[in-house]
Every structure is written in structure tokens, then in C-alpha cells.
Design a protein around this ligand. Structure first.
Ligand code: ZN
Length: 152
């Protein structure tokens, strides 16, 4: 179990994912999937909210022009023909209190977001890379919440 977002699994892609999502939500708090859950001043895991890290709402109508501009800028600056979106830190998706996502299938929300980003980068002849953790059923495999998805 990890003590923070920066663990032995640290990688540049993980750092980039952390910085993008956390700074995105600082500038655009309306994109937060769980705005009622606040990041504590002193973060520690585990915590009463079960908050490992924040996620954006994949159905917010103003989100994707901003996310796509960030993705494009990162790819252009690094002259990359691929974009690694991480996606392994998506613990909060389809929150029951989100006015757009409540009641929706979390797997479909995740797949929809992956497809949107994949299609966007493909328009510029780039490939999308993601970690596979969230594509594995943690209960069926017995792998648990860190190596697989426990989202229902
Ligand atoms: Zn939502």
C-alpha cells in the first residue's frame, strides 16, 4: 500500500499525470468529479474519504477543449508521436453525486474517455498509451485496487 501519490511506482508519466490533473482542477475546480471531497492540508493514505487522488469529470461539457489543448501542447513541446495519458490513477469516476455521471456505468465512462483521447491524438498521427491497471477486474483476479480496478 502506498503512502502518497509518489511511490516506488514513480515514473515521469505518473508525475505528468499527477501535475496535469491536480493543476487542472486547481484552475478549473468545476471539472472535479468529487468536489465535495476536499484534499486535506496534510495528505495521508488511507484517509476517511478514501481519497487517493482526484479525477476530472469526463462528461463536463467544457472539459475536452482544455484537455485536448494540454495534450497537444505537451506533444508539440516534446515533439512526440505518442501521448501517455496514464489512466491508472482513475479511482473516482461515475461518482454518485456527480450530476452528469451518477447512475452511469463506470466502465463505459472510462472507455469513453480513453476513446475520446485516443481519437484526438490519432487526428495528429499520434498514438495513445495508457497503463492497463484500470482494465483489469480487481475482484475477479484477486489483484486488488492498486494493480487492478475495484470500481463497479
Ligand atoms: Zn462526472
Amino acid at each position: 500500500m502506498s503512502e502518497s501519490c509518489f511511490t516506488s511506482e514513480f515514473s515521469p508519466a505518473l508525475l505528468l499525470e499527477y501535475l496535469i490533473v491536480n493543476n487542472l482542477l486547481r484552475v478549473y475546480p468545476e471539472f472535479d468529479e468529487t468536489p465535495g471531497v476536499k484534499m486535506p492540508e496534510k495528505y495521508q493514505w488511507p484517509n476517511p474519504d478514501g481519497l487517493y487522488c482526484k479525477s476530472y469529470c469526463p462528461l463536463h461539457p467544457e472539459l475536452h477543449p482544455i484537455v485536448f489543448a494540454l495534450v497537444d501542447e505537451i506533444c508539440e513541446v516534446f515533439e512526440s508521436d505518442a501521448f501517455h495519458a496514464g489512466m491508472d490513477e482513475v479511482f473516482c469516476i461515475g461518482d454518485e453525486k456527480c450530476p452528469r455521471c451518477a447512475g452511469r456505468d463506470k466502465a463505459e465512462l472510462f472507455a469513453g474517455e480513453v476513446n475520446l483521447i485516443c481519437n484526438h491524438v490519432a487526428l495528429k498521427n499520434r498514438r495513445l498509451w495508457i497503463w492497463g491497471d484500470r482494465l483489469i477486474d480487481g475482484k475477479t483476479t484477486g489483484m486488488g485496487m492498486w494493480e487492478a480496478s475495484m470500481n463497479k
